[in-house]
Design a protein. Structure first.
Length: 132
């Protein structure tokens, strides 16, 4: 059992978020509807541009929360949830089918606390996530 965990840790260190997203875009995204492809490609490309260089082992809930906050500066809460959902599904595929990581860091980001702008004031909205 320990060997399997070590192997996945090694695998997670060997692969970057960019590798994960590129493979997902190539292998998984084409199976989705055309409109889903457009939206998810946009969402995953954003993640790749911002944190693509880090290894999967370095993608932690804290990193996700940090960039979720950056997204919330320019996007509505529902849009931020869609960006998170796209990344969450990619991690689900990585865990269940590719075996690169043991679990998704998004599973530990249970409540999405999004700071949103409302007429110049900062307002906190909590949305329950059911993705992954």
């Amino acid at each position: 059992m320990r060997e399997g965990r070590h192997f996945k840790t090694v695998e997670a260190k060997k692969h970057t978020l960019t590798e994960m997203i590129d493979r997902y875009l190539r292998d998984v995204l084409p199976t989705k509807s055309p409109s889903a492809q457009v939206n998810q490609r946009k969402h995953l490309t954003w993640w790749r541009a911002h944190i693509g260089v880090i290894s999967l082992a370095e993608v932690t809930p804290a990193v996700i929360v940090e960039y979720r906050g950056a997204l919330a500066q320019d996007h509505a809460p529902a849009t931020v949830v869609r960006y998170l959902a796209a990344l969450s599904h990619a991690f689900t595929v990585v865990v269940k089918e590719w075996g690169w990581v043991d679990d998704s860091p998004l599973q530990r980001v249970t409540d999405v606390a999004i700071l949103c702008r409302t007429h110049g004031d900062t307002d906190t909205t909590y949305l329950k996530r059911g993705v992954g």
